[in-house]
Design a binder for this molecule. Structure first.
Ligand SMILES: Nc1ncnc2c1ncn2[C@@H]1O[C@H](COP(=O)(O)OP(=O)(O)OP(=O)(O)O)[C@@H](O)[C@H]1O
Ligand SMILES: [Mg+2]
Length: 488
C-alpha cells in the first residue's frame, strides 16, 4: 500500500438556487402607476380647463350684462327725453322695449299696467317713481342704494327726470346667450380632447418611466432565485436608469462574493482534508501493521500536521484582517534594513536551490511607519514564491527604491511565470495558478501579502510573462519625520 497522495481539488459548482419562477404579482389596474399617472393627468387637464371655463363664463357674462345695462340706460334716457319733449313732463312715462333687431316696436313693456321689471326706473325731478316696480308703487320716493345711484336726465340745461337702476337681475339677450353656449361647448370639446390626450400620454409615460423599474424587478427575482446576473440592459441616463445600473453592479458583486465564498469554503475543506487523510491513513496503516513505524513516516506525518497548523494560522490571520482586528505594531523603521535582513535569511535556501539572489538597496535609510514583523512576512512570502517557481540556474532580484513619498520594493524572478488568464486571481485566497506544480503551497501567501500591504496604506501589484519571469512590486508610504533607530 502506498501513502495517500495529495488529491487534486474538485471544482465547486455554484449552489443551485430554488427553481420556482417568480410570478409578477397581479394587481388590479387601479393599483398601477400607469393608472395613477393617467388619473393625475386627466385631473390636471380637467381642473385647468374647468377653471378656464368657469372664469371665461363668469367674465363674459359680466361684461355682456354691463354692456346690456348701459345700452338699456342710454335707450331709456333717450326715451325719457323725447317723451318730455312731446308731453312737457315725465308724468305717465312708461318705457318701451326694443324689438330683437333694435327697431322700436312701440310695444309697452309686457305688463303695461303692472310693476315694471326692467333694468332702470324713471323718477320725476322730485325723485318719485313714474311707474310701479315690484316692490315700489308708482309715485313713491325711491330710497336706499337705488336712489343714490340715480342719474339726472337733462333737457335744455334742466334736470327733468332721474334714471335709477332697479337692481332687478336681467336675463341676457339671445346673442349673448348664444355666444356663451358656443364658448361652453368649445371648452367641453377641449376637455374631452385633453382627457383623451392625458390618458394616452399617461399610459405612454408610465410605460417609458417604468421600463427600468420592471428590469429592476426582474433583477431582484433573479437575485432571489440565486441566478447569475443576466445581460445588463442599456440603462437610461435619468435617475431610474442610474438605479438600474447600480443594481446590476451590486448584483455582480453579490454573485461574485457568493461564488468566492463558496469556493473558499470548499477549498478550505479540501486543503484541510488532504493532510488529514494522509495523517489518518498512515496512522491506521501503522496501527494495523501494514506500515512499519519509520522515522521517515513519522517525519511525513509531522510535516503534514505542521502544514495543517500553518494553514489554520494563515486563515485565522486573514479572517482577523477581514474583521479589522489585525493589530499592527507600527513604528518608524528603516525599510532598507528590514529588506536586507530578510534577504540574508533566505540566501542559504537560494544557494541550495542554485538560484542567484541579488539585492539592490538605496544608499541612505528609508523610514516608514511599519510593523517590521508583518513587512518581513510579506518579503518572505514573495521570496518563497520566487524561489519556489524559479528553477535552478535562475535569478531573483530584490530592489528597494525611493518613489514620490513612498518606498518601492520589487521582487523579480526569472521563473516559470503565470499565464495572463490566471494572473488576476493570484491574490485570491487559496488560489494556486498551477495545481499540478504545487509543493505544499496553500495559495494564501499573496492574499496575506496584499492584506498586510493594504493595512499599511500601500499597494501591491504583480506582472508576469510565462517562461520569462514574474515581478511583484509593493510600496509603502514614507514617514514624514524620519527618526533613526526604532524603539526597542
Ligand atoms: N513568483 C511566482 N512565479 C510563478 N508563479 C507564482 C509566483 N508567485 C505566485 N505564483 C502563483 O500564484 C499562486 C498563489 O501564490 P501564493 O503565494 O498566494 O500561494 P502559494 O505560494 O501557492 O502558497 P503559500 O504561499 O500559501 O504557501 C501560486 O500558487 C503560484 O501558482
Ligand atoms: Mg506563496
Amino acid at each position: 500500500m502506498t501513502e495517500p497522495p495529495h488529491a487534486p481539488r474538485t471544482p465547486v459548482d455554484p449552489a443551485p438556487g430554488p427553481q420556482s419562477e417568480h410570478p409578477g404579482r397581479k394587481r388590479p389596474f387601479w393599483h398601477t402607476v400607469a393608472f395613477k399617472l393617467t388619473l393625475a393627468f386627466v385631473l390636471i387637464a380637467a381642473l385647468a380647463l374647468g377653471a378656464v371655463g368657469v372664469i371665461a363664463n363668469v367674465s363674459t357674462r359680466a361684461s355682456f350684462e354691463r354692456f346690456t345695462r348701459e345700452r338699456a340706460r342710454d335707450e331709456i334716457v333717450t326715451q325719457v327725453q323725447s317723451y318730455i319733449e312731446t308731453t312737457g313732463s315725465v308724468t305717465g312715462f312708461r318705457p318701451f322695449r326694443r324689438g330683437r333687431h333694435g327697431a322700436a316696436d312701440n310695444v309697452m313693456s309686457p305688463n303695461a299696467t303692472g310693476p315694471d321689471r326692467g333694468p332702470y326706473v324713471v323718477l320725476d325731478p322730485e325723485g318719485r317713481t313714474t311707474y310701479a316696480l315690484p316692490d315700489v308703487p308708482a309715485g313713491t320716493r325711491l330710497t336706499g342704494e337705488r336712489a343714490s345711484l340715480a342719474l339726472p336726465v337733462e333737457l335744455g340745461g334742466r334736470t327733468v327726470a332721474f334714471v335709477a337702476p332697479t337692481l332687478i337681475p336681467q336675463s341676457l339677450d339671445r346673442q349673448s346667450r348664444e355666444f356663451l353656449a358656443r364658448t361652453t361647448s368649445a371648452l367641453l370639446w377641449a376637455t374631452i380632447a385633453a382627457t383623451i390626450a392625458a390618458i394616452v400620454l399617461g399610459l405612454l409615460m408610465a410605460r417609458a418611466l417604468l421600463a427600468p423599474l420592471r428590469a429592476l424587478l426582474r433583477g431582484i427575482w433573479e437575485v432571489q432565485r440565486g441566478e447569475a446576473p443576466g445581460q445588463a440592459p442599456r440603462a437610461r441616463a435619468d435617475e431610474f436608469g442610474e438605479v438600474l445600473t447600480a443594481f446590476h453592479e451590486m448584483h455582480d458583486v453579490v454573485v461574485r462574493n457568493q461564488q468566492s465564498r463558496r469556493q473558499l469554503t470548499a477549498n478550505i475543506a479540501h486543503d484541510l482534508n488532504t493532510p488529514l487523510s494522509v495523517i489518518s491513513g498512515t496512522l491506521e496503516a501503522m496501527l494495523d501493521g501494514t506500515f512499519k513505524v519509520t522515522p521517515e513516516r513519522l517525519a511525513r506525518l509531522h510535516r503534514e500536521a505542521r502544514h495543517m497548523g500553518e494553514l489554520v494560522n494563515d486563515l485565522r490571520f486573514l479572517s482577523l484582517a477581514d474583521a479589522g482586528e489585525l493589530k499592527l505594531d507600527l513604528r518608524d523603521e528603516d525599510l532598507v534594513e528590514v529588506v536586507a535582513l530578510t534577504v540574508d535569511g533566505v540566501q542559504e535556501l537560494a544557494r541550495r536551490k542554485q538560484v542567484e539572489l541579488n539585492v539592490r538597496l538605496p544608499h541612505g535609510p528609508l523610514h516608514a511607519r511599519l510593523d517590521g514583523r508583518r513587512v518581513t512576512q510579506v518579503i518572505q512570502n514573495l521570496l518563497s514564491n520566487a524561489l519556489a517557481y524559479t528553477p535552478g540556474g535562475g535569478q531573483v532580484d530584490v530592489t528597494v527604491e525611493r518613489g514620490a513619498g513612498r518606498a518601492v520594493v520589487m521582487v523579480r524572478d526569472t521563473g516559470v511565470g503565470i499565464v495572463p488568464e490566471k494572473l488576476p486571481f493570484v491574490f485570491d485566497r487559496l488560489y494556486r495558478a498551477d495545481e499540478a506544480r504545487v509543493k505544499g503551497g496553500s495559495g494564501l501567501g499573496l492574499a496575506i501579502c496584499k492584506s498586510i500591504v493594504e493595512r499599511h496604506d500601500g499597494r501591491i501589484e504583480i506582472e508576469s510573462t510565462p517562461g520569462v519571469g514574474t515581478t511583484v512590486t509593493f510600496d509603502l508610504p514614507l514617514a514624514r519625520s524620519p527618526r533613526t533607530a526604532p524603539q526597542p
